[in-house]
Design a protein around this ligand. Structure first.
Ligand SMILES: [Mg+2]
Length: 392
């Protein structure tokens, strides 16, 4: 059977959260920058290449990161800013790519298989990368190869701000000199096991037979054998818009007081509802998550009528909280997630009967946009609107 040559591009924005911060604060360029949570209990979300030189890595506890690089500049980003830039890049890709997958907020796969009849896949991807950089000012790297796995590793090798094409047929050759932990899923334990077998580089893996690897490592051994040959069949999954909006908060100190927790829950629900309205969407599912100091985590969700209103969502969130919470037990983390997102909240007929309410939220959100998200509570704006009305 005829199999067309596959071409898969993997694009990844370079230290995305840091790059976004640099756009509004150019003085951060070239400095060790860490984006993440609180110094005490947070983790590193992203870090600049200058911070990486000190050993700082994503997902590392902030405490450890600040020990490694005490002079790092700590930045707390905002979700709205990230999704704005992420959507911008997504739209550029969507306008040009025949089939693409959004693998994460800053990572994309494009399937160019069959396109080589019409254009050169490498030249096409180079042009796309230049368009993204020119329009958004964000640095982005890509790998182009015959499958997703090789393309992703190629991107990693191309970073920062570069690209790499692994020609079809050269996959094994490309992989051979790379360390085994370039494969996703090779954790510290497997790494040590492989080391004990004399396997340091991917090229060392293929010195063993498939059955030898299986004997030592089980099913993972056969997987590894295939990967080392450069074999991977994963398909590019067509992009669909995000189906949920969520927020989580790890507290500086565990909270056990009910009133404090409910207040925080309401604030978080307001935050996700605001984002929902920004996207002009409605949701019909809400979930609440509680994590205790021992990391025991529980979640409860419920279905509701389509809404984007704080005053419909907050009581449901509180109700879920009461069902979940082991009364009096300190809480380490709270989370709220809205899902089953669809519809169009601010257009169409869905809200004609509650137009007043929609207008009210629109007014709140406009003020939030202008003066920051904590500037106004609903009670505050109701007063403001009343005053406005009496003036007329
Ligand atoms: Mg990235």
């Amino acid at each position: 059977m005829y199999q067309p040559q596959r071409y898969i591009a993997h694009l990844d924005l370079d230290s995305f959260f840091v790059s976004v911060a640099i756009i509004s604060r150019p003085e951060l360029k070239g400095k060790p920058v860490i984006v993440g949570g609180s110094r005490d209990r947070g983790v590193v979300t992203s870090c600049s290449y200058e911070a990486r030189k000190f050993g700082v890595r994503s997902a590392m506890p902030m405490k450890q990161a600040m020990q490694l690089c005490p002079h790092a500049i700590l930045v707390r980003g905002t979700r709205g800013e990230y999704s704005h830039f992420s959507n911008w890049v997504t739209n550029i890709i969507a306008s040009k790519a025949p089939l693409f997958e959004k693998a994460s907020i800053d990572e994309f796969y494009i399937d160019l298989t069959g396109m080589d009849k019409f254009f050169n896949p490498l030249e096409w991807t180079i042009a796309l990368r230049e368009d993204i950089i020119r329009e958004t000012q964000l640095p982005i790297s890509f790998g182009l190869a015959s499958n997703k796995m090789i393309a992703k590793i190629a991107t990693d090798e191309a970073k920062p701000n570069g690209y790499l094409f692994v020609q079809p047929g050269k996959e094994k050759e490309f992989l051979a000199p790379l360390p085994v932990n370039k494969f996703s899923g090779v954790g510290q334990q497997t790494f040590l096991k492989l080391k004990s077998m004399g396997i340091h580089l991917i090229g060392d893996i293929v010195k063993f037979s498939e059955s030898e690897l299986e004997k030592e490592l089980g099913k993972w051994g056969t997987d590894l054998y295939k990967k080392a040959q450069g074999i991977h069949y994963g398909a590019v999954k067509p992009y669909r818009e995000a189906k949920s909006i969520s927020t989580e908060n790890t507290f500086e100190e565990n909270i056990a007081e009910k009133e404090k927790l409910l207040k925080e829950l309401a604030r978080m629900t307001e935050k996700v509802a605001y984002e929902l309205r920004k996207d002009e969407k409605l949701c019909s599912c809400i979930a609440v998550k509680i994590r205790y100091p021992n990391f025991e985590t529980t979640t409860k969700q419920t279905t509701i009528a389509l809404t984007c209103s704080d005053d419909e969502l907050i009581p449901v969130a509180k109700d879920l909280f009461h069902q979940l919470w082991k009364t009096g037990k300190p809480v380490r983390l709270l989370g709220v997630r809205l899902s089953d997102i669809n519809g169009n909240a601010l257009q169409g007929n869905l809200f004609t009967d509650t137009k007043k309410k929609t207008d009210l939220y629109k007014a709140i959100d406009d003020v939030k946009d202008k003066y920051g998200k904590t500037s106004l509570t609903k009670a505050g704006i109701v007063g403001l609107l009343k005053k406005k009305n009496t003036k007329k």
